[in-house]
Design a protein around this ligand. Structure first.
Ligand SMILES: [Cu+2]
Length: 290
């Protein structure tokens, strides 16, 4: 027979994962009436954000300048104010200027653009590799540096959503990574072309059949980062979301150890960080009691 206290603590233990699900630590996903991009969680996304802001300033200045020229021309050279128009067809200085100035603007844009392309391309000193495979219509993940385990990640269907889970974005098995680690992601597809796209991580890469693509990320703060397949890949294209959960290193190691055990046999139920922490709770409590 269980004592009341032990039943109560057992009930609390069972509720723990639900509580964690109900209050996502820091989820990154599209919000109603959101303006701009999702907040950056990686250095690459930081770079993308500042590059975007720079382009926004340039494009705004150009648009205002062209609009002002148009308005000036419309008013100053209208038929009533300018009855006999000039017959001038060439102005060498002006033509050189309107060729050179756009070239210079493009050079100003090209420099940070190329820097960003090379920065996002490869991580020379990655801490570990994550292999992502796109299927019709789900993702599978492999952790070759943590015991070669692999698992599938399916969207949680509407009927199975728990409180706090986001419709069309939550998955049964999240992709768990440690905060502060540089993750090399290699991506392939097995049937058609998919695309692994997680906006807050600044990651978007095609999953091509017969080809390995590479990208990297380093998540700087814990949280859940949602993404979706963004290459039209068939009828369930909209239903193969991505959920990357960044946790601290010890939690990640516990999760990886449990995942290695769990996914050694196929066909086992999904695994979440909250669940691993709940599994750990009695052991932690036992250690503290000693
Ligand atoms: Cu797809």
């Amino acid at each position: 027979m269980f004592s009341t206290a032990s039943i109560r603590s057992r009930a609390a233990l069972l509720l723990l994962p639900l509580l964690l699900l109900a209050f996502p630590a820091d989820a990154s996903q599209p919000l109603p009436w959101q303006l701009g991009m999702q907040p950056a969680a990686t250095p690459v996304k930081e770079f993308i954000g500042s590059f975007h802001n720079m382009l926004l300033v340039i494009i705004t200045l150009i648009t205002i300048f062209v609009l002002a020229l148009l308005l000036y021309t419309i008013v100053r050279f209208r038929a009533s104010a300018n009855p006999t128009p000039s017959k001038t067809t060439h102005n060498t200085m002006l033509e050189i200027a309107w060729t050179l100035v756009p070239v210079l603007i493009l050079v100003v844009i090209a420099v940070p653009s190329f820097r960003l392309i090379y920065f996002a391309d490869k991580a020379p000193n990655a801490d570990f590799t994550l292999k992502v495979t796109g299927h019709q219509w789900y993702w599978s993940y492999e952790y070759p540096d943590h015991g070669e385990f692999q698992f599938d990640s399916y969207m949680v269907a509407d009927a199975d959503l728990k409180p706090g889970q986001t419709r069309l974005l939550e998955v049964d098995n999240r992709t768990v990574v440690p905060v502060g680690s540089t993750v090399r992601v290699v991506i392939a597809g097995v049937d058609v072309i998919h695309s692994w796209f997680v906006p807050a991580l600044g990651v978007q890469k095609y999953a091509m059949p017969g080809r390995l693509n590479e990208i990297w990320f380093r998540v700087d703060k814990p949280g859940v980062y949602y993404g979706q397949c963004n290459q039209i890949c068939g009828v369930n294209h909209a239903f193969m979301p991505i959920a990357v959960e960044a946790v601290d290193q010890p939690t990640f190691e516990r999760w990886a150890a449990e995942a290695k055990r769990r996914f050694a046999d196929s066909g086992l139920p999904p695994l979440s960080v909250a669940e691993v922490m709940a599994l750990e709770a009695p052991r932690v409590a036992l250690n503290q009691a000693k």
